[in-house]
Design a protein around this ligand. Structure first.
Ligand code: PEP
Ligand code: MG
Length: 577
């Protein structure tokens, strides 16, 4: 049956492919089809893993019966053994391997999801919570399977895999960089959540906030993701499919035409230079940055180096990562933002130690976390300082609001330098330090910031979140997320003006900078440094090279007086002709 669902458009483009339903856990296992002649071996592989876990549980049980071991341990082992004996987990996956030719891990995880759904429906809270035991048992079997992982020669039809999930964390999404996913859709999520941001950086079409995609779409359904309009079409009829295939090839053509702008000077018609920097999450993103000829890196979100791993990256590992980016950019500026963990960004390695916050976006996030964990912070600072010896690196501090935070951070940088002197490491003594302006309090009291810092970067994603008091990753309030709210525009304008008066550069590195519909407005507000995902740079450049900065400044100056959002929006649209 054909039907469509509407959500939030977060990453443009069109993907046409087969639906693949996932939960968080499934993302970490390989999905592929086994060949007919390999089915028997795959079933054996599965049976061997189950047998290994059974033996493991038995030996745990005999250890647990030793004197002095708390009785809960034996009870817990018993529950796991009982779950493992359930035919849903031991028999059904074998059927899936035989009938649908799924690899063992994939078959097992599909069964796990069904079981977990059944648990979710149980009224009794204690029994409902047993689903965590199911997941743990499955993880044990997965571990055993991975120990005996079969080499996958080629990952079949992965290019047109469309991931359909209830929700995806930024840590899940970043894994798509290696998995080659055609597009994804989720039921939850806001347009500037980090999940959406990662989708844009992957340049794959994505729609979030669909509410019912996960329960309505079936595995292998033919789906179209229209990432520009925020629509998911399931089992389209032949006419719609043809129409979308045509639009997809038109879009590809337009994209390839944009490539001609790669080496064009980024300046307005009246000669104002506009720097177009790239936002990256991992060193491997540099390839894409080079393809579009970015002027530098305006934001390296280093927290992504800390995700999906059991141990934190050490100083040397971080140093190598930062150095590789600096070298690849060959003298162009590379702005490394210090760790911005917290809110929707979590690191598995810190999971146990993190305090549970009732309101994580307002909690111990970003610089607040780093100042509370000086060893983690100092390690990162030393790595950045050392890497800066090999290129044009600058440090960017997220979520500053208080002067004391700036001063403590500068003191920590001085301490990191002193440590490097003691250990005789080479580093950049004169590294420049900038601050993100993403809390309204900072934008409203900029004096101390411009006095102590070398540059500013407006994080409009958070600035909007905190100014309008809406959670950027909650689709229930996504309609209230408004970059054109007069209060937001005034804060941006004031920050750019304060930077100009103090003669320090101000950039915008939030998603607004990569939205071509905002380019003229931002130029009119005086912005000359934009930082965005590399996939958006050429589209924004097209706006820059056809803009008249002086005229825009006049028009935008008038527009700032409007307090009625509709009139303001109307005038912004007029700027874009
Ligand atoms: C922002 O808040 O605008 C920003 C660039 O930082 P992040 O999206 O990583 O919070
Ligand atoms: Mg931010």
């Amino acid at each position: 049956m054909t039907f469509s669902l509407h959500g939030l458009a977060v990453s443009s483009g069109i993907a046409i492919g087969r639906a693949h339903l996932v939960s968080h856990a499934t993302l970490e296992v390989a999905h592929y089809k086994v060949r007919d002649k390999e089915i028997a071996t795959e079933v054996e592989r599965f049976d061997a893993a189950v047998a290994a876990v059974r033996a493991e549980l038995e030996s745990l049980k005999s250890e647990a019966s030793a004197p002095g071991t708390p009785s809960e341990v034996a009870a817990f082992v018993d529950i796991h053994a009982m779950i493992l004996a359930d035919p849903m987990l031991t028999e059904q996956p074998r059927e899936l391997i035989r009938e649908r030719r799924c690899n063992a891990e994939w078959a097992l995880v599909q069964q796990m999801e069904q079981l977990v759904e059944q648990f979710d429906e149980i009224e009794d809270a204690y029994l409902r919570e047993r689903k965590h035991d199911v997941v743990q048992v499955v993880e044990r079997v997965l571990k055993a399977l991975m120990g005996k992982a079969r080499k996958v020669a080629k990952r079949g039809r992965d290019e047109d895999l469309i991931v359909v999930a209830h929700d995806l964390s930024p840590a899940d999404t970043i894994q798509f960089k290696t998995l080659k996913i055609g597009g994804f859709v989720t039921d939850l999520g806001g347009a500037t959540s980090h999940t959406a941001i990662v989708a844009r950086s992957l340049a794959i079409p994505a729609v979030v906030g669909l509410h019912h995609a996960r329960p309505l779409v079936r595995e292998d359904d033919l789906v179209i993701v229209d990432g520009s309009r925020g629509v998911l079409i399931v089992e389209p009829d032949a006419r719609v499919l043809e129409e979308y295939r045509l639009r997809k090839s038109e879009l590809e053509l337009e994209r390839s035409k944009l490539k001609r702008l790669k080496n064009a000077r980024s300046a307005t018609l009246d000669g104002e230079e506009v720097a177009l920097y790239a936002n990256i999450e991992l060193p491997q993103d540099i390839e894409q940055v080079k393809e579009v000829g970015a002027d530098g890196i305006g934001l390296f979100r280093t927290e992504f180096l800390f995700m999906n791993r059991d141990e934190l990256p050490g100083e040397d590992e971080q140093y190598e990562a930062y150095k590789s980016v600096a070298k690849a950019m060959a003298g162009r500026p590379v702005t490394i933002r210090t760790l911005d963990l917290g809110a929707d960004k979590e690191a598995r390695a810190l999971a146990g130690s993190e305090r549970q916050s009732t309101n994580p976006a307002l909690g111990l996030r970003a610089i607040r976390y780093c100042l509370a964990e000086p060893q983690i912070f100092l390690t990162q600072l030393r790595a950045i300082l050392r890497a800066a010896h090999h290129g044009n690196i600058r440090i960017l501090i997220p979520m500053l609001a208080h002067v004391a935070e700036i001063e403590q951070t500068l003191a920590m940088i001085a301490q990191a330098k002193a440590q490097l002197r003691t250990t005789r490491h080479k580093f950049d003594e004169n590294i420049r330090v900038g601050g993100m302006i993403e809390i309204p309090a900072a934008a409203l009291a900029l004096g101390p910031f411009v006095k102590r810092l070398h540059f500013l970067s407006l994080g409009t994603n958070d600035l909007i979140q905190y100014t309008l008091a809406i959670d950027r990753s909650d689709e229930a309030v996504a309609h209230l997320y408004d970059p054109l709210h007069p209060a937001v525009l005034r804060l941006i304008h004031q920050t750019i003006a304060a930077g100009a008066r103090a003669e320090i550069p101000v950039a915008v590195c939030g998603e607004m900078a990569g939205d071509p519909a905002m380019t003229r407005l931002l130029i009119g507000l005086g912005l000359r440094q934009f930082s965005m995902h590399p996939s958006l740079i050429l589209e924004v450049k097209q706006q820059v090279v056809t803009a008249d900065a002086e005229m825009l400044a006049m028009k935008v100056g008038r527009l700032l007086r409007f307090e009625e959002p509709d009139r303001l929006r109307e005038h912004v649209e007029k700027l874009n002709g």
